[in-house]
Design a protein around this ligand. Sequence first.
Ligand code: B4P
Length: 190
Amino acid sequence: MLNLVLFGPPGAGKGTQSQKLIEKYGLIHLSTGDLLRSEIANGTELGLEAKKLMDQGVLVPDAVVIGMISHKLDANKDAKGFIFDGFPRTVAQAEALDQLLESKNAPISGMIALEVNDDELEKRLLLRGKDSGRPDDANPEVIRKRIKEYNDKTAPVAGFYKAQHKFKSINGIGSVEDIFNGIGAVIDSY
Ligand code: B4P
């Protein structure tokens, strides 16, 4: 079973690369950002709470996202593997994911981090904000808050996987195809 964590700051290209990876490797894509936006679109109580936080560029509580992932893992028992996109975003989420996967005897194969500098991230997100309709992409102040949240709370997750010798980083600047080939080379080494 291939269980991949695709890691990087907001706008690094995780969602973009995930779409290509699911086609090539037949994995199930679990994006906590997409799952939360679907709760918002359905007007659920969870969605209403999450929207307030996401619109400000801050993380949703760990228990909420861990619960969503646990539910999705149970609903896809026969999967060949998963791409975790935007999750884990805190060390507590990484610990919870290890526990969930331990009970399935299918640990994380590796984390692949996309390295992109802050100026490029801001440019990409503002560009997407022009037509995505995502409130968190439209405002430079919210984008900077998201990058700060990443540096404060999410960046330490890399250390969690480094300690398990499961961390690889890739340059996330360049063509989508070249970056995809770089990720493929890491996956082929597993
Ligand atoms: P996400 O939906 O995960 O948002 P994201 O990090 O901005 O997405 P991503 O990084 O995938 O964007 P992509 O690069 O594909 O999270 C949104 C919010 O949800 C968070 O702020 C938080 O509040 C909440 N949340 C989600 N998960 C959570 C968790 N686990 N715990 C707590 N809270 C959570 O795309 C960016 C743009 O770059 C696109 O327009 C794309 O076309 C472009 N792009 C991609 N590759 C490119 C390239 N190589 N060159 C140029 N442009 C490129």
